[in-house]
Structures are given as structure tokens and as C-alpha cells.
Design a protein around this ligand. Structure first.
Ligand code: MLT
Length: 396
């Protein structure tokens, strides 16, 4: 008889955000007249910028005309899209061959798919708290996961020690969920460690567009990263593509392990497992990386940054300690009065109809913390922030 993948038995009952959405839906079914204020999943609320919308319309028209109609696109990406991404990196003095850029349907999809490149016997190292897909996708693939704990003591930026066990290293900076961001010297420590060990870093750069200070946006700003890193990024948070779906992955041509070239392996994988990404979306992605696109998308990022300020101000007023919010769209707060994170989730949902994300959902060392997202509607964010301030200060 066919055997199912038994690794599913090692997962938690439901994926974090799926579980939360079920809880919220149940609350709404019981309280249909009660508006809820969403600072939970990092889903954008602003529409796509004008140049992207205009380009999407143009691309649809292209598909309506025999002279411009496009069928399958190249599996690894339309050359102009790959060039546009390489051009974006060149703005930060990172030189990429467009053939090192692969189109994807988004970072979360890719973070699971990319595991095809590595033998399941190589353990993963996840800095925790972490985006839960790193852990769940590794478990589904039958990979052992080791954790390196982040906390207030290391400003949520753990670094490798000589005894750290790691083959496949997940790093996310700016970090989801904590908002912490590694500086150059710290990322250099990770790169040197990975090169010494023959490990590979999977660098999740999904939040790079939120960086304000002098921090690396890409692992490839760090010397020697080309021999030990893969970067996965998406337009979801950069350009509001959460519902549109487009991303990219960078695999340097010199990245090899055990005599096998990972760039060549990924070509082999994509040409087998995909038929490319929609022409319409890639054309819109090219528009994102034009001067006009990059300027326009800043308007939305500024709205989200203002939301973050509103949330941080409310937490300051409530005397609550928090991290992030400046170089990242997430604010990572300590739960008030030592509360457990799911208890605080229930309190906010039931008493003030605010949805956030319990820290425990990002791993055991997220217990006692809570994540607030700044991607919400500005008016709803103001109401939610004031409600959080009030309920936290109510008994003080
Ligand atoms: C999050 O809330 O952590 C993210 O929006 C989830 C994602 O990007 O898939």
C-alpha cells in the first residue's frame, strides 16, 4: 500500500497563520457586528503603485494581440526580469550576472522548494524565534532542525559559536518576527562560519526595503558570501505583491558543494518542476525596478513606517518594552505582566478586537512576546494601537 509522507506527523496541528485565521473567523461568526483590527499576518493593505497597475494593464493587452502574445516564459525567468533584478542589486554595488537570478512565485513558496537542492540528512539551523515556514518545510522534507536562540540578551541577533551545528542555515534580516537587523560585521561572522564549515546560508531578504540605517540589504554585500549563500526575496513586502505573487532567488555561479554546482542544479530543478511564472506578472516586476517604480513604492513603505511609529508610540505610553519597528515592519513587544503570548492574543481579540501574532507561534523562545504588524490600514492601526495602550494600562 502507498505510504504517505510520515513527516507530516511531526508538524504542529496547523500552520501558525492558518490557525489564527480560524480563531478570528470563529470570533467573527459569534460577533458579526464587531469590527476587528488586524495587526496580525504581515499582509499589505495599500494598493499596487501606479506604474505597476499601468504595466499590468499593458501586459494583459499584450496577451490579447497575436503580435505581442506570449506563451510559456523561460522557466528561470524572462531575461528582462532577471536583468532588472540584477540592476536593483547594482544600485548597492552588488554585481550579479542575470543568470544568477531566478524568478519565483514568492519567498514562502521558494523557501520550501529550494530544499530540493540539499540532502535531507543535512540538518538545518534556524535562529529562533523564526518565520514558521522554515521549520515546517524542513520537517516535511524529513530534515532535522537545530535551533539557535535569540532573545533580549543578544538583541535578537544570535551569532554562531565554534560548536554550532549547522549545514543549512536560515537567516532573516531584517528579521521576521523580531524586526532585528544584522550589521555588516555580524553578517560577516555568519559568512565566515558558513565558508569554514561548508554550510550554505539561506538568506531571507523579504524585508530589506524597510531598512533605514547603514545595514546590509543583501547577504551579497558581504565579502565571500558568493561561496556560501543563496538569497531569497519577494516583491510581497517591497512592492505590495502579497496577492499578486512574484519573487526572485539569487544563486551565485561559484556556489558549489561536493563537486556539484547549485546554480546549475536549480536550473535543472526549475526546468523540470515549473513552466515559468506568468508573463504578466514578470512584466509588472520589471516596472517595479525602474526609477519610477522604486520611487512610487516608497510612498506605501512610508505609510507602513508611519503605522509602525503609531504602534511604538502607544507602547511607549504604556511602558511596554519592544524591539523592531524601525528597520522592519514588525514590532516585537514583551507581553504585559509576564503574560503568555496566546493568553495575550485571546485578551486582545476578545476584549478589544485587535489581532496580533503570539510569539510562541514563532518557536518556544518567542513565548512571552507578541508581534504587531505595521502593514494594516492606517486608521485601523491608530484605533488598534490606542486599544492596546488602554488595555495594557487599564490595571496600572
Ligand atoms: C508574516 O506575517 O510573517 C508573513 O506575512 C507571512 C508570509 O510572508 O508568508
Amino acid at each position: 500500500m502507498l505510504k504517505p509522507n510520515g513527516n507530516y506527523g511531526n508538524l504542529k496541528d496547523s500552520y501558525l497563520f492558518f490557525g489564527i485565521s480560524k480563531k478570528v473567523a470563529a470570533y467573527q461568526a459569534e460577533h458579526p457586528d464587531m469590527p476587528v483590527y488586524r495587526l496580525g499576518i504581515g499582509d499589505v493593505s495599500r494598493p499596487l503603485c501606479d506604474v505597476v497597475i499601468k504595466t499590468l494593464h499593458e501586459a494583459v493587452n499584450d496577451q490579447a494581440d497575436g503580435a505581442t502574445f506570449r506563451g510559456y516564459t523561460p522557466e528561470c525567468g524572462i531575461p528582462e526580469f532577471r536583468k532588472a533584478v540584477a540592476g536593483y542589486y547594482a544600485r548597492r554595488n552588488v554585481t550579479l550576472d542575470p543568470d544568477e537570478v531566478f524568478v519565483s512565485s514568492g519567498a514562502s513558496d521558494e523557501l520550501g522548494d529550494i530544499l530540493d537542492l540539499f540532502d535531507a540528512s543535512s540538518p538545518a539551523l534556524v535562529t529562533q524565534p523564526a518565520y514558521p515556514a522554515y521549520v515546517d518545510a524542513s520537517i516535511i522534507a524529513g530534515r532535522k532542525v537545530n535551533f539557535l536562540n535569540a532573545g533580549p540578551d543578544n538583541d535578537f541577533l544570535p551569532l554562531p559559536g565554534e560548536d554550532t551545528e549547522a549545514d543549512l542555515i536560515y537567516l532573516c534580516s531584517p528579521n521576521n518576527p523580531t524586526g532585528a537587523v544584522y550589521n555588516r560585521e555580524q553578517l560577516q561572522q555568519w559568512v565566515d562560519f558558513a565558508n569554514r564549515r561548508g554550510a550554505v546560508i539561506l538568506f531571507d531578504a523579504a524585508y530589506e526595503a524597510f531598512i533605514e540605517g547603514d545595514y546590509p540589504h543583501s547577504i551579497f554585500e558581504i565579502p565571500s558570501a558568493r561561496t556560501c549563500a543563496i538569497e531569497i526575496c519577494s516583491l510581497s513586502k517591497t512592492a505590495g505583491f502579497t496577492g499578486t505573487r512574484l519573487g526572485y532567488t539569487v544563486i551565485p555561479k561559484e556556489l558549489e558543494r561536493d563537486g556539484m554546482n547549485l546554480n546549475a542544479m536549480w536550473i535543472r530543478n526549475r526546468t523540470t518542476k515549473t513552466n515559468g511564472i506568468s508573463y504578466i506578472l514578470q512584466k509588472a516586476g520589471i516596472a517595479v525596478f525602474t526609477d519610477e517604480g522604486l520611487e512610487q513604492l516608497q510612498e506605501n513603505i512610508m505609510v507602513y513606517k508611519e503605522n509602525a511609529r503609531v504602534i511604538m508610540k502607544a507602547l511607549d505610553a504604556a511602558g511596554i518594552r519592544y524591539w523592531g519597528g524601525k528597520n522592519a515592519p514588525y514590532i516585537w513587544m514583551a507581553c504585559p505582566d509576564g503574560m503568555k503570548s496566546w493568553d495575550f492574543f485571546d485578551l486582545l481579540l476578545n476584549k478589544v478586537q485587535v489581532i496580533g501574532t503570539p510569539g510562541e507561534g514563532f518557536g518556544s523562545c518567542g513565548e512571552g512576546f507578541f508581534r504587531l504588524s505595521s502593514f494594516g490600514d492606517p486608521e485601523a492601526t491608530k484605533i488598534a494601537a490606542e486599544r492596546i495602550r488602554k488595555i495594557v494600562t487599564a490595571d496600572k
